[in-house]
Design a protein around this ligand. Sequence first.
Ligand SMILES: *Cc1c(COP(=O)(O)O)cnc(C)c1O
Length: 302
Amino acid sequence: MHSELIKLEKTFQPSILKKINDPWLEQRQIELYIKRDDLLHPVISGNKWRKLKYSLDHALSLGSDTLISMGGAYSNHLHALAYVGKVLGLKTIGLIRGEQPLVLSTTLNDIKRWNMELRFVSRTDYRLLRQYKNYDTLPGLKSGEYWLPEGGATNLALQGVAELITEIGIPYDSFCVPCGTGATLAGVAEVASESVSVLGFAALKNASFLTADVDALLSQSRNNWQINLDYHFGGFGKINAELSAFIEEFELKSAIPLEPIYTGKMIYGIYDLIKKNYFKPGQRIIALHTGGLQGKKNKTWT
Ligand SMILES: *Cc1c(COP(=O)(O)O)cnc(C)c1O
């Protein structure tokens, strides 16, 4: 790996495994652990570092001087990319979904401050950008420019995500992951044991397309994973009072902060599935905290 990336990673905090002490879980004989990737770095947190790491290494090995990617106005991916670009001395360009708003979101203000060039693209053009999956496939790419698809979802992303599985030193029955593009889930499924059930929680409505996307990312077909589509709460970024109350209660009892877009919906889903006897008594579940807490600074998400 490039020396600048090794140097940067040395400044990271460890992602610990934290057991949730909750009498409600004990009654049902379920053990729940949280893999705290949110602790890795205050900005390049969670799965965004895992997914970016080997793409950044690839970009540096090619001598690229500019990273281009796409995302919404609250994108954790662009937020991490802008910051890491600044640290590595690389130029960054963000293709932002939709019209330029009159007032920038806190996320966009941050990434502008870190010198990412913002280019607003129509929702139609944004959708078309999703077809460019490889680092050199964006039309009009100039020499020195390295393209990262939405969410950094590349084959190289899986390699970085896989490392978090090797950090886990205890046996477990289920591994839960929130899903946007499904790249994090794919990275986990690729290396998790066949006997572990890897369970994704879709943050978007109508996300049945995720299964094909995950399959396309996997280097070989795996039977150890599935994606639950029931806990999107009306769609990406949609929140209701029940979800907010659940998150508040969980944060109080666990002292682990959640955000409502991904991790809050996943933990809600896990508790609801436990209630519905989806997990057998005696099972141990590990849920991945994918970070994303920067988004909490925005007043709205959608
Ligand atoms: C981006 C993000 C996800 C989604 O990850 P994918 O690899 O795109 O599925 C999940 N959780 C958080 C907090 C994120 O920022």
